[in-house]
Each structure stands twice: as C-alpha cells, then as structure tokens.
Design a protein around this ligand. Structure first.
Ligand SMILES: Cc1cc2nc3c(=O)[nH]c(=O)nc-3n(C[C@H](O)[C@H](O)[C@H](O)COP(=O)(O)OP(=O)(O)OC[C@H]3O[C@@H](n4cnc5c(N)ncnc54)[C@H](O)[C@@H]3O)c2cc1C
Length: 433
C-alpha cells in the first residue's frame, strides 16, 4: 500500500488510528518488519497466522524490486519454510531443481559428484533448486496480499525511537511529501546489508570486503545442463554454473576486482570466449541472455542481532561470500528461528519485544550463522592458496570426498541446511514433486 492510497491522514481515532502529541496520525502494530526483500516478506508471512497486528515497510517500488536479476540456490531447509507458508506448490513449477553438484579444484581432474543418494534421497531426487529473485518475490507478495498484513511501499523509515513500552517509527514517502508514525512492540530489521536500522541503533559489525567481486550473468546453452550445478574453485575465486529453466544457466563468477570489472565491460563475445576457457565446452555453444551485473563480495557479522524492541535478520545481521549460495538460506533460517521464539512468547503471554524474549533468537541463530560464515570464508581461502601443502591438503580432501560416501553425506547436510534437522530432510523427500 503506498502512502498516497492510505486512509486520509486527518482522521484520527478511526481504523485503529490513535492521536500522538503532535496530532499527526499514528498506526499501532505489534510487529513492524522493515525491508520487503525475500527475507522480510517471508518473516511477515511466517507470523501472519498469529493474532499479531503486522506491518511491512519497503523503500523500493515493487517493479524495481522484482527486476533485480539475481537467482538463488534454495536449500531443502529453505524449501521447508516456503512449504510451511503454503507457497511451495506454486513455486516449484517456476523454479529449477538440480539433481547433482559437481565440485572441482580448477582443472584438477578429481571432480566430486554429489548425488541425491548421498543424502539418502531416491536416485531421481533433487539436492536443491535455483530460484530467480523476481519469481520468489512475486509469489511472496501474492501470498501477502491474502493476509491482513499492512504494506507500506515505497516508503522509507527515517527515524525509530526505542521506548520502554514500544518502538515509534517515522515513515516518509519518497518525495518527503507525506509522513506517518507507526508504533510497535517489536521492529524487525530485514533492511539488507547496509541496514539503516542497524546503523541508527549503533550496532557495530565485524567483517571485511574480499579483494574480489562477483560477475553474474545468464547464458543460453546449446547443450542441456541436465540439472547439474557446478562449483569450480580457481585461485582467483570460485566459479559457479547453476541450471535454470528453458535450458539457461546462471553464471556466478568471482574474480579479483580489476578482472571482474573487465569481465563486466568486455565485449559479449570476449566474455563468452573467457567463459569457455574457464569452464570448457560442457554446454556447447553459449550466448549471453541478459546484462552482466557486478556485485561486491563481503563478510559481515553484527555484534548483536537484538536490542530491546529490535531484532535483525538476513543480510541486516550477517553477510557471507556467495560461494555455495548460503546467504539467503541463512536469512530464511533466521526467519524460522525468530518465528518460533515470537510464537512461543505470544503463547506464554510474554512481551515479544522484550530483550529477554529476543535473546533466545540471538542464542539460537548466532552459532549456526557464524559457522556458515567461517565455512564459506575457509573454502575461499583454502582454494585460492597456491602454497603446495595447501594444494596437497585440499586435493586429499577432494579425493576423500570422492571415495567416502559418509563424508559427502555430511558435507551435503551442512550445505543444504539439514545439519541437525532430520525432519527437514524427510519433508524434502515428500515435497519434491
Ligand atoms: C553474487 C551473489 C550471489 C548470491 N547467491 C546466493 C544464492 O545462490 N543463494 C543464497 O541463499 N544467497 C545468495 N546470495 C546472498 C543473497 O543475495 C542475500 O543474502 C539476500 O538477498 C539477502 O536478502 P535480504 O532480504 O536480507 O536483504 P535485501 O535483499 O537486501 O532486502 C532488503 C530490503 O530492505 C529495503 N530497505 C532498505 N532500507 C530500508 C528502509 N530504510 N526502509 C524501508 N525499506 C528499506 C530494501 O529496499 C530491500 O528491498 C548471493 C549474494 C551475492 C552477492
């Protein structure tokens, strides 16, 4: 809902409005989710069945957000969350499942093949799915439209005050012509890596920018990808080919910044030649489908996920290297954990915005998120190092993975988000078709 389509701002006392001291209209909620990206939308939907009064605030226009040309690896654990929201059945025909992952160290021949059987799934099962940003966003927004969640978009949160009994948020339309005040027991910050909420709350972060950037592009290939996802580690950075619908593939190419810049700007034909050099001719002749995009690569972790009346989730709380496609999956895991914490607090009649409630979310998320940040960082560092003992160590690791199914099983459990989550895997088996 845009500010221009909201009820007149001069009618206090009606439709849940209350007067604030300056006579400007105030809307009261229990939860305000700031950020209508994939994580924020999923969060709002996840708590929608409760009796909580929920608002979602997003600063970009819908069309801008849907045009973002990214595609994500959706893990079985994330699929379980979408299944619980009731959108998995509509999503599955519009995204691309993959049946195999091939992991290799540059042009070293020892390729590790991860197959569904390694996870105890049937031979024709899937290890995950590749979902375009626009498809996910559209499904989530359509599900949101069927709930009572109030959506404010495109509107920016310009100020938040955290008071003992409630948080007070000031919203402003893009052209600053209209302002509105919301009050809430809890503010959930899903406002991305540069999170204005995190910054204004004075929460510090730990991390670094890698001396690399990621070039992403979609290609159409002559030969079918056979639903195989490739992750190939080069000293300059990991290189991934992800299968998509219509025989297309998504390229996620990490390289040192100057190389990434030239991959972005070079002639499409030159890009394709370089792609062939990097990946070989597995896919036959390829053509570029859309514009290449350059994305920064960083590791970031917030010192705190929660303060009194504030919880940070998704990229607002942590960001990892894109290797293995874990970032969004971590954000969706935050949603599942925070949902449980909030619903349990509601059930017990506790204050959902109180720090003592929110600390449970921090404690249950922090270790897992830090572990995945460390795993992705370790992988990048291990595979970019050309010191001979490191080369020997990682090739030994790859050979052990090739030879011992149990190692492949545990690596897959970790990377699919099913580590310690036995019910996720059995649900994944049942929702694949
Ligand atoms: C190259 C690359 C490839 C990746 N591939 C994968 C992958 O395969 N799988 C995976 O799981 N992850 C992947 N990731 C990570 C993934 O992109 C992010 O983790 C994910 O997009 C984060 O989602 P989010 O909703 O937390 O944040 P965002 O998508 O950044 O959403 C934040 C939202 O908040 C809004 N907002 C910001 N400020 C305000 C404000 N003041 N008021 C109102 N609204 C506001 C923004 O407009 C935006 O819509 C990749 C990342 C990169 C860089």
């Amino acid at each position: 809902m845009s500010l221009s389509t909201m009820p007149p701002l001069t009618i206090p006392g009606e439709n849940g409005y209350t007067k604030n001291p300056t006579e400007s209209p105030t809307l009261d909620f229990d939860v305000v989710v700031v950020g209508g990206g994939i994580v924020g939308l999923t969060m709002a939907l996840a708590i929608a069945p409760s009796s909580l009064r929920i608002a979602l605030v997003e600063s970009s226009g819908e069309s801008i957000a849907a045009r973002r040309g990214q595609a994500y690896n959706i893990s079985p654990r994330s699929a379980q969350i979408f299944h619980q929201l009731g959108i998995w059945g509509d999503l599955l025909p519009r995204i691309t499942p993959y049946e195999q992952i091939r992991l290799s160290d540059g042009d070293y021949g020892g390729v590790v093949q991860f197959k569904p059987q390694d996870l105890g799934l049937p031979k024709d099962g899937y290890l995950g799915c590749i979902a375009p940003h626009g498809v996910l966003l559209t499904q989530l927004e359509s599900a949101l439209g069927k709930t009572t969640i109030r959506r404010f978009c495109p509107v920016t949160v310009t100020n938040v005050s955290y008071l003992p009994q409630q948080a007070v948020l000031t919203l402003q339309s893009k052209d600053s012509s209209t302002a509105l005040t919301l009050t809430s027991q809890l503010v959930i910050g899903a406002d991305g890596a540069h999170s204005p909420l995190r910054r204004s709350a004075g929460i510090h972060t730990f991390g670094w920018r890698y001396p690399q950037a990621c070039v992403v592009a979609t290609i159409q290939s002559e030969l079918y990808h056979q639903r195989i996802a490739y992750e190939r580690f080069w000293p300059s950075g990991p290189f991934a080919v992800l299968p998509m619908d219509g025989g297309r593939c998504r390229i996620v190419w990490t390289a040192p910044y100057p190389e990434a810049e030239s991959l972005l700007r070079c002639d499409p034909q030159v890009f394709i030649e370089q792609l062939h050099q990097r990946f070989g001719a597995h896919l036959g002749k390829v053509t570029l489908e859309d514009e290449r995009v350059l994305l920064p690569v960083e590791l970031m972790h917030s010192d705190h996920y929660v303060l009194h009346r504030l919880a940070l989730i998704g990229d607002a709380a942590h960001r990892c290297h894109p290797v293995g496609g874990q970032g969004l999956n971590l954000g969706l895991r935050d949603v599942a954990v925070l949902r449980e914490v909030l619903l349990s607090a509601c059930h017990k009649g506790n204050d959902i915005g109180d720090l003592s409630t929110l600390r449970h979310f921090d404690h249950r998320s922090r270790f897992h998120n830090l572990m995945m940040l460390a795993v992705t960082d370790g992988l990048v560092k291990l595979f970019s190092n050309q010191w001979l003992p490191f080369v020997a160590l990682r090739r030994l690791g790859l050979n052990l993975m090739r030879a011992i199914p149990m190692i492949r099983h545990w690596v897959l459990r970790l990377m699919t988000g099913c580590y310690g989550q036995y019910q996720s895997l059995s649900l994944w088996k049942s929702i694949q078709s």
